[in-house]
Design a protein around this ligand. Structure first.
Ligand code: DGJ
Length: 723
């Protein structure tokens, strides 16, 4: 529980949570400016005056951009990235946002500061929201823009927040961000913040296909375990933009939210527009602590309550072994073996449906429907789950024949056909900005869940937005599509979640194409990547956990032959796959009926081991101890919340020249407790345990523990229990 609270005095606002603090204040000109973002400040009197901080030695006595505004509207001499750009009815394209009033709202688990800014000459208001939680040391920021006058206006850019970092002269901050592509999602990238602007963005209609809406800034020397880090993420599942800027006065800011590309939002009299949340935080404990802050925030403040404290089931998924080549006999043969190897949830992936758009069982493949299959899966002691991809419809589907106008398209141009050769499929993207489309799919999915009694639904999305037209939209509103599409999807997911809280929703977009935190409000699992090459997964998992809770890390199949596809790596041992899979939400995708009895026994040993320790790896706090980006080995540890137990996974590949892996230092345990340590082993030879010398938490953090890692694809697992 963070020690949190908001204090207000003499036009200054101080928000404290745990070890961090955030402060802003009103300057003489009436602008709300940032006063502090960093470590904890106890006395509000210690904060600088709003004017003294921002006076610059410049030939102009006053320069708006030097004021470090909390939410700068574009006007006059403001030349940094603006947070708001409006077109007013009389043609004016400027706004000056000055303090009007504020209120504080307090609930048991949270506190909100809402500061209203207003333009002195126009009836335009901006309400800045700042929210703290008792359960997580982060600050949520979002903005509401209100047209309080009788004339319409158009928003051209409406960012969620502008964050200001402390000035540090010529010493450059260092930016860490997560970038990549399909099969290489969320790779860690670094660069110094020099004068100018670096823009991270998504314009695919999805949130994390090429870049994740995330930043971490440090003073150049932070690592996993130490250093001052400012971090944040935009909670949005569509187009977003984050501009990291260093201006001529060495002022560093991060402005972000909805992308202003192709953005135009008409705001009629009395209407308001609410931006997505841009959550941020500060820690002096390095990148690892920043991730743990975000993990606590997800678990305590975002995840659906039913899922927050649950461990994830061991999943069998049909995609890697059966593809779309499905029928009742094949499914049941796989189900027999899946139960034998310890799967708890049996998932039929792509291929069961009549067509994209027609979400009932393919009558050719399942002439008796899905019911007999589901019953038999349940008789084998497993829950049942299904895959869907609702955002496209196939040209051959009944839905397309009935509603061709539901395709997203421009009026006078044929939309791009989305062609997938691997499954022989041609489709169009549906326009989910249309309320009737969303409603149709809410009805279709809720019926499917009710009729089948499934306990898991994987919602996939395999294409980017290419034709963002909406001929039926009212004049001037066509470009609201980008935002309405995402809002309607979020509403649909939230409705499903509300109606079926026990159903686990998996967030998938051709892998991790939509792994943003807005999705965490409804989804209890994420397809981290379609890339199942286990060596790659070591790096994918590292990037994934910078933002996401490790237990969410799913995907089609961890123990599977899919691992071979990406890099034609054919010799990955099952043990290596299984142990890496156990760092997240373990799944199996082997063609089990073709596996030998020895292999099946081996898989069972892994799932048994996983079930023994997943209360720690899924619900504990993550420490990334070593990175496979930097070393021939990687290590991840999880420490239970009560610190009584921990597990440590260590992996190695291409150990050369007799290299001895250094001791792995394990922080996070109680320094004064003595821990019993056990090597837990499972493999082709079955299961074994080997006790090691007990050590204190202090010694484990200071001296570390030796783990012998040799050769290729080595994998070790250690368990720690307070005595
Ligand atoms: C992409 C997903 O990421 C895969 O896991 C699988 O569901 C396929 N789509 C099915 O088409």
């Amino acid at each position: 529980m963070a020690d949190f609270g908001i204090e207000v005095r003499n036009g200054k606002f101080l928000l404290r949570t745990g070890e961090s603090a955030y402060a802003c204040g009103v300057n003489a000109a009436g602008y709300l400016v940032n006063l502090h973002w960093g470590g904890r400040i106890e006395r509000i009197e210690d904060l600088p005056e709003a004017d003294e901080l921002h006076r610059q030695r410049h030939r102009a006595g006053f320069l708006a951009q030097a004021t470090r505004q909390e939410y700068p509207g574009w006007s006059n001499d403001f030349y940094d990235e603006p947070a708001l750009l409006v077109e007013l009815a009389d043609g004016t394209r400027q706004c000056a946002l000055k303090y009007q009033n504020h209120e504080i709202q307090t609930a048991a688990d949270r506190q909100d500061l809402i500061v209203t800014l207003a333009d002195p000459d126009y009836p335009l208001q901006v309400r800045l929201h700042y929210r703290h939680y008792a359960a997580a040391e982060v600050l949520e920021r979002w903005t509401e823009i209100v047209n309080a006058g009788p004339a319409p206006l158009v928003l051209r850019s409406a960012q969620s927040a502008a964050w200001r970092l402390p000035r540090r002269g010529r010493q450059a901050y260092r930016l860490t961000h997560l970038a990549g592509r399909w099969g290489a999602e969320g790779q860690i990238s670094r660069q110094p913040v020099t004068q100018g602007k670096f823009v991270m963005e998504s314009r695919t209609g999805l949130s994390t296909s090429f870049a994740t809406p995330f930043f971490a800034l440090d003073e150049g020397g932070a690592d996993e375990a130490q250093g001052r880090v400012w971090f944040g993420t935009v909670e949005w599942s569509g187009n977003w933009k984050i501009a990291v800027e260093r201006d001529g006065f060495e002022q560093v800011s991060v402005t972000g939210g909805l992308h202003d590309f192709d953005f135009a939002w008409p705001l009629g009299p009395g209407e308001n527009f609410c931006t997505p949340v841009f959550v941020g935080g500060f820690t002096a404990g390095g990148f690892g602590a920043a991730s743990r802050c975000l993990h606590r925030y997800q678990r305590r403040c975002l995840l659906p309550p039913v899922q927050a404290d649950q461990v994830l089931p061991v999943i069998f998924n049909s995609w890697a072994c059966l593809g779309v080549d499905l029928d009742e006999a094949r499914i049941l043969a796989a189900a027999d073996r899946a139960a034998e190897v310890g799967a708890e949830l049996f998932v039929i992936d792509d291929g069961w449906q009549a067509a994209l758009g027609d979400w009932w069982a393919d009558p050719q493949k399942f002439p008796r429907g899905l019911t007999p299959v589901i019953e038999q899966v349940r008789q084998r002691g497993m829950d049942f789950g299904l895959w869907v991809e609702i955002e496209s419809f196939e040209l051959k589907s009944r839905l397309y024949r009935e509603h061709p106008d539901w395709a997203m398209r421009f009026a006078h141009r044929e939309p791009q056909k989305k062609v997938r050769g691997d499954v022989n499929r041609t489709s169009y993207l549906l326009n989910f900005a249309r309320p009737e489309v969303t409603e149709y799919f809410y009805q279709a999915l809720s019926r499917l869940i009710r009729e089948t009694g499934i306990k898991y639904l994987k919602l996939d999305m395999n294409c980017f937005v290419s034709d963002p037209g909406w001929p039926e939209a009212a004049p001037g509103t066509e470009r609201t599509l980008w935002v309405k599409y995402v809002r309607n999807l979020h509403d649909l997911f939230a409705r499903l979640n509300g109606e079926f809280p026990e159903v686990l929703l998996e967030n998938c977009a051709a892998g991790g194409g939509r792994a943003d935190l807005a999705m965490a409000r409804c989804f209890g699992r994420i397809n981290r990547s379609d890339n199942q090459d286990t060596l790659d997964v070591l790096q994918l998992h590292e990037g994934f956990t910078w933002l996401n809770l490790p237990k969410l890390a799913g995907g089609g199949c961890h123990i599977s032959d899919a691992a071979r596809g990406m890099n034609h790596r054919f010799n990955l041992p099952h043990k290596f796959m299984a142990y890496v899979g156990m760092t997240g939400s373990l799944s199996i995708g082997k063609n089990l009926p073709k596996c030998s009895p020895e292999e099946l026994r081996e898989f069972r040993a892994y799932t048994d081991l996983h079930k023994e320790i997943r209360h720690i790896s899924h619900l504990g706090e993550l420490y990334r101890l070593a990175s496979h980006r930097e070393e021939p080995y990687a290590a991840f540890a999880s420490v239970s919340e009560d610190r009584r137990e921990a597990v440590l996974f260590a992996f190695a590949h291409s150990i050369q020249m007799g290299y001895k892996v250094p001791n792995l230092r394990l922080p996070g345990l109680n320094p004064d407790w003595l821990y019993a340590i056990t090597n837990l082993d499972a493999g082709p030879a079955g299961r074994s345990e080997q006790a090691r010398r007990a050590m204190t938490g202090r010694a484990l953090a200071e001296l570390g523990i030796g783990v012998e890692l040799l050769g290729d694809y080595d994998a070790k697992l250690l368990h720690f229990r307070a005595q």
